[in-house]
Design a protein around this ligand. Structure first.
Ligand code: ADP
Length: 303
């Protein structure tokens, strides 16, 4: 049985269908990533799954319980890390865990017994009595994650877990999330960091305009949707080179700002050719999930 099972989910706001017939099934132990540009409907989908917003149509089952009918019961058995940290600034790290645990009907003694391991997990044992405002952004994120584990949930939802973190804190968060996966937890996350999804997720769904437009493992998406090699070409000779030569070497070409993206199955003839041009610079790399994402959702800005 999938821990989260969503069938033909629909939700409109003001006549605009922001979730337009969505199917998602997340298996136990999986890390499932929901990707999409701003406004794609990711947060609405999470809110619907959690029973915080009422759907217009479709079916949702979380841990086998129907949502929204039995959403409260279901929510007692899952963990949620919201996009914005909403720790209580008037209390210490330890007190925040205690107060949160009470929401789940846990006895104080029971919560107190769980707190040391959670602080240890979050690398915050030495900051147990620090007030929230004294913690760094990365520490607050980790505490919010630890807090979401207070009821020992099998299924954890994270809405953009590393937005706003610096690269060090982001890598640290990935390590923490991987550790949860090795413990057998199931993770559903939204992100717009493709590298995050590529590193952590077993399966991702790319969402746009309320629909899933592609789904699979990061590896499958790259294999099925895009040429395996990318050569980024830039420098003063770029425009002339693109007009005269790109077609001979590239299966697909995209120009974005000052850079030409050349997509190909085989870059071995192109690289020596570029190497001989003093007016060009280039970078050869394997195609990534970000290339797939940009191909499928376009390069136009969304807000
Ligand atoms: P994402 O998380 O992918 O950025 P959202 O789910 O937040 O997308 O939003 C999808 C669309 O739904 C957006 O156009 C947004 O403006 C709209 N929307 C979200 N919540 C509401 C709401 N409570 N009322 C009206 N429109 C909303």
């Amino acid at each position: 049985m999938p821990l989260l099972n969503i069938r033909n989910l629909r939700k409109s706001y003001g006549g605009l269908e922001v979730v337009a017939g969505l199917d998602i099934a997340v298996a136990r132990g999986e890390c499932f990533g929901l990707l999409g540009p701003n406004g794609a409907g990711k947060t609405t989908t999470l809110r619907l799954a959690l029973g915080l917003t009422a759907p217009d149509g479709g079916e949702i089952a979380m841990l086998g319980l129907p949502v929204p009918a039995e959403a409260r019961e279901a929510r007692m058995r899952i963990g949620v890390v919201p996009q914005m940290d909403n720790l209580d600034p008037d209390f210490s790290a330890r007190e925040n865990l205690l107060i949160y645990g009470r929401y789940f009907g846990l006895k104080d003694a029971e919560i107190a017994a769980r707190i040391p391991a959670l602080l240890e997990f979050a690398g915050l044992s030495h900051r147990a009595d620090a007030r929230i405002e004294a913690l760094s952004g990365g520490m607050k994120r980790r505490l919010t994650l630890a807090r979401a584990l207070i009821n020992d949930p099998d299924l954890i939802f994270l809405d953009e877990p590393t937005t706003g973190l610096d690269p060090q804190a982001r890598h640290m968060m990935w390590q923490w999330l991987r550790r949860l996966l090795t413990q057998g937890k199931t993770i559903v996350l939204t992100t717009h960091f493709m590298e995050e999804a590529e590193r952590l997720c077993d399966r991702v769904a790319i969402m746009d305009h309320g629909k899933i437009i592609a789904t699979g493992s990061p590896h499958e998406l790259i294999r099925n949707h895009i040429e395996p090699q990318v050569v980024e070409v830039y420098g003063e000779g770029m425009a002339g080179w693109m007009a005269a030569h790109s077609r001979a070497f590239c299966e697909r070409v995209e120009k974005v700002g000052e850079t030409v993206f050349c997509y190909t199955h085989d870059s071995k003839d192109l690289l020596p050719h570029l190497h001989d041009r003093s007016d060009l610079r280039y970078l050869n790399r394997p195609a990534s999930l970000e290339d797939v994402f940009l191909k499928l959702t376009g390069r136009d800005l969304r807000d």
